[in-house]
Ligand binder design. Structure first.
Ligand SMILES: Nc1ncnc2c1ncn2[C@@H]1O[C@H](COP(=O)(O)OP(=O)(O)OP(=O)(O)O)[C@@H](O)[C@H]1O
Length: 416
């Protein structure tokens, strides 16, 4: 039997002091919430597991019970029945205040204390936890940096002196102050304009890459859910789970007409937005450098049955295209050829771009093919409309295979 000191008894023990804390799983087991004086249950027998280190989005129409579900995790609302385990610990066995200090909570319009400076707002939980002054101020500055606000400029401002987006960043910094393993985010970007909203979503994904917290994120915005969620729980009335799956799976295989209606049409377009160029099979053009002999390159093109070669510099960065026709009869090196207007790139896209951005680039550049670059602008391949088409077909096929496999696992012995 392990010694009792090895088994964490509280979230404080789970959140390793001084070291960065990753996420812990959250389990909701047969959770019910009935508000007195109301007819049905706001949350009607919900069982779900939120894996450690993932962003799980609760998505559903107004009044379906998303906020109630989330607030039971940090005991701002007490369940009528059922159990909630956080990192294996029963939430009921924790003191509510203590529990909340180790669960970050971000709400719409940040909910900052207006009479406290940005620094003091962020310092709240560390102060309650009795941290030393120096440690707190170092942490405040570290967090401001983390959420993209210059500490010297923002530390001593008051919330009213910030834009909505900046307030929301401070809200995120405050929730992260004591490095909690779990973050609850209730429509945190709901009140922001679309551009600020997209920026903060990108920031959250960047932060999560670094921090790997367990994040429960409530929204009724489908695009936000698809973009942020490692998994998405689509909820009906009473927080009934209608589908709990990845964005890809929901788009390619919606569980029923409710989900279909909820996510709306254009599922292929939505998949384009979700998929990064670096994740798909790119076209591989024949490559050459300026120093290569035109005759050699022509042979290579003929062997590859291709009409175009991409010319790269010494660091593999794309310079221009040359066509087979331009190479006809050329005797010197590729560098001796003069680049025609058609040969120069208007557009080069990054592997981090989405397929939607790749299609935009192809259409705007009026080109059949656009080079893709990775780190240090190194050429990694090229994208065409058929690359995109193929990628979507492959995603659908992969989902279909996984679906079959899941069905087979659910019904062992049945051939599929
Ligand atoms: N304190 C309360 N007393 C009585 N009923 C409540 C209380 N809080 C919430 N409800 C009811 O519980 C149901 C679920 O509410 P909840 O706020 O969880 O929904 P939601 O999905 O978060 O909605 P929204 O997207 O509009 O925020 C609603 O029918 C709501 O009216």
């Amino acid at each position: 039997m392990p010694e009792s000191t090895e088994t964490p008894q509280s979230l404080a023990e789970l959140a390793a002091d001084g070291e960065r804390t990753g996420g812990v799983p959250i389990e909701l087991i047969d959770v019910v919430k009935r508000f007195s004086g109301t007819k049905g249950a706001a949350v009607d027998d919900l069982t779900m597991t939120i894996p450690a280190g993932e962003i799980v989005v609760l998505l559903g129409p107004s009044g379906c019970g998303k906020t109630t579900t989330m607030r039971m995790i940090n005991r701002l609302i007490e369940p009528t029945s059922g159990r909630i385990l956080i990192g294996g610990l029963d939430a009921r066995a924790q003191k509510p205040d203590e529990l909340r200090r180790h669960i970050g909570y971000v709400i719409q319009q940040a909910g900052l204390f207006p009479h406290l400076t940005v620094g003091s707002n962020i310092a709240q939980v560390p102060q309650m936890l009795g941290w030393e002054k120096d440690r707190i101020s170092a942490r405040v500055d570290e967090l401001l940096e983390l959420v993209g606000l210059a500490p010297d400029e923002f530390r001593d401002r008051y919330p009213r002196q910030l834009s909505g987006g900046q307030q929301q960043r401070v809200g995120v910094a405050r929730a992260l102050a004591a490095d909690p393993p779990v973050m609850l985010m209730d429509e945190p970007f709901g009140a922001l304009d679309p551009i600020t909203r997209e920026n903060l979503q990108d920031e959250l994904l960047r932060l999560q890459d670094e921090l790997s917290k367990t994040i429960v994120f409530v929204t009724h915005d489908v695009d936000e859910a698809l973009k942020l969620g490692d998994r998405i729980a689509i909820l009906g009335t009473g927080s009934k789970i209608v589908q709990y799956a990845t964005a890809e799976e929901i788009l390619t295989n919606p569980a029923d007409s409710y989900v279909e209606q909820f996510i709306g049409g254009e599922s292929a377009m939505k998949l384009l937005k979700l998929t990064r160029v670096s994740d798909v099979a790119l076209e591989q053009a024949v490559r050459a450098t300026e120093a290569d002999s035109a005759a050699d390159v022509r042979r290579k093109l003929e062997e590859a049955e291709s009409d175009w070669v991409i010319v790269l510099d010494a660091q593999d960065r794309p310079l221009r295209w040359e066509s087979l026709a331009d190479l006809e009869g050329a005797t010197g090196t590729i560098g001796d050829l003069t680049a025609g207007e058609d040969d120069l790139f208007d557009t080069v896209i990054s592997g981090r771009a989405t397929l939607q951005e790749a299609v935009e680039a192809l259409l705007n550049a009026e080109a059949e093919v656009v080079p893709v670059v990775g780190r240090r602008r190194r050429y990694v391949g090229a994208v065409t409309l058929s690359t995109v088409q193929q990628a979507i077909a492959e995603i659908k096929e992969r989902e279909r295979r996984q679906r079959k496999q899941r069905a087979a696992e659910a019904q062992p012995g049945v051939a599929v």
